[in-house]
Write a protein that binds this ligand. Structure first.
Ligand code: 2P0
Length: 339
């Protein structure tokens, strides 16, 4: 009171997540409702996270207010589907939100994930505006920014449920186990290419829904069974079953991409070599030691059951995909040296 300026500001950080049962295809494009349920593991905050600051600024009196009021008065709906931004014209009257967001990982590495970004935006806005909703309810809002974002509201292993409501209010994230349940798992991400992908997830999955019979079969028949098996593998920390399911689901997702008209190629030669190398390893041991999964791009996400196997995995990766001489082993692109 008595002040003519005020700033209300909140900062939040949200991690990204990696799907082990993939989300691919929507049954409702506007609400972002998935064709099949899916499960992901949330990474820790030190790696691949987004930080967002939101502020509501009010400047009262003066010409500034007059001009602002006039512009607001003429405001129209704003929609940027690609970025997932949707503001109704009546919102302009009251909403003056300034947003600053950054990722703690290089966006050029092709790892830019909308999941961390939207989860962070929704969470920080909810904090700013003092919402009473819990994380699950907030996840249904983050979902509308980007489907995979709903899973980043929780740590550990997270399921995105189908939901029954027409308005999508019960298609949200549920935590299967928290981050302490299976914390000896090691996740290694290998950057295979820094190129931006040619096909965005949104348009890629739209084409798959329209043209791939394999996607329909996968969503109706395969995924419901895999969801039950994966849930059990996670809860019992059965790495062999977990690895089999994770690799099979990644490969089926990329098979759906090939089955799409026109076909979508997210994996490249280096990705294929990584799959081969890990399949041979698992085959030679008789039971899966490591798991791999690839999203809408060529970069490899590899999982090991503990630090010992994780170290072995790194060692073997450096052997098969050696860094160019004089390069730090932690900061080179595998595809650049191995093609
Ligand atoms: C996933 N992906 O489950 C799958 C696997 C990519 C491959 O979720 O259109 O960026 O914003 O809902 O969430 C990427 O899709 O797509 C994705 P929209 P999103 O992680």
């Amino acid at each position: 009171k008595g002040m003519d300026k005020w700033i209300l500001m909140t900062t939040a950080r949200a991690p990204t997540n990696i799907a082990v049962i993939k989300y691919w295809g929507k049954r409702d494009e506007t609400l972002i409702l998935p064709l099949n349920e899916n499960i992901s593991v949330t990474l820790d905050l030190d790696h691949l996270s987004a930080t967002t600051t939101v502020a509501e600024i009010s400047l009262s009196g003066g010409r500034f207010q007059t001009c602002l009021r006039e512009i607001r008065y003429r405001g129209e709906d704003f929609k940027d589907e690609k970025k997932g931004i949707c503001i109704k014209k009546e919102d302009w009257q009251t909403l003056h939100v300034h947003i600053a967001s950054f990722n703690n990982f290089p966006t050029a590495a092709g790892l830019a994930s909308s999941a961390a970004g939207f989860a962070c935006l929704v969470y920080s806005l909810a904090k700013l505006m003092n919402l009473k909703e819990n994380c699950s309810q907030l996840s249904a809002i983050a979902r509308q920014g980007s489907g995979s974002a709903c899973r980043s509201l929780y740590g550990g292993f997270v399921k995105w449920t189908m939901g029954n409501e027409l308005n999508g209010s019960d298609s949200l994230a549920v935590q299967l186990v928290d981050e302490t349940h299976w914390d000896d798992i090691v996740i290694i991400i290998a950057v295979v290419s820094s190129r931006q992908k040619d096909t965005s997830s949104t348009s890629g999955m739209r084409d798959s829904v329209e043209s791939s019979a394999l996607l329909q079969y996968r969503a109706k028949t395969i995924v419901p069974k895999r969801m039950i098996q994966m849930d059990k593998a996670i809860k019992t920390r059965d790495f062999a079953s977990f690895a089999k399911l994770t690799c099979a689901d990644s490969n089926q997702f990329h098979a759906v991409c090939l089955d799409t008209v026109p076909p979508i190629f997210y994996l490249n030669n280096t990705s294929h070599r990584i799959i081969n190398f890990m399949e041979r390893w698992n085959h030679n041991e008789g039971t899966p030691q490591v798991a791999y999964t690839f999203d809408a791009g060529p970069n490899a996400v590899m999982l090991a059951p503990n630090r010992k196997v994780g170290a072995l995995l790194l060692q073997r990766l450096l052997f098969y995909f050696p860094p160019p001489s004089g390069t730090e082993p932690t900061s080179y692109i595998l595809g650049d040296t191995s093609l």
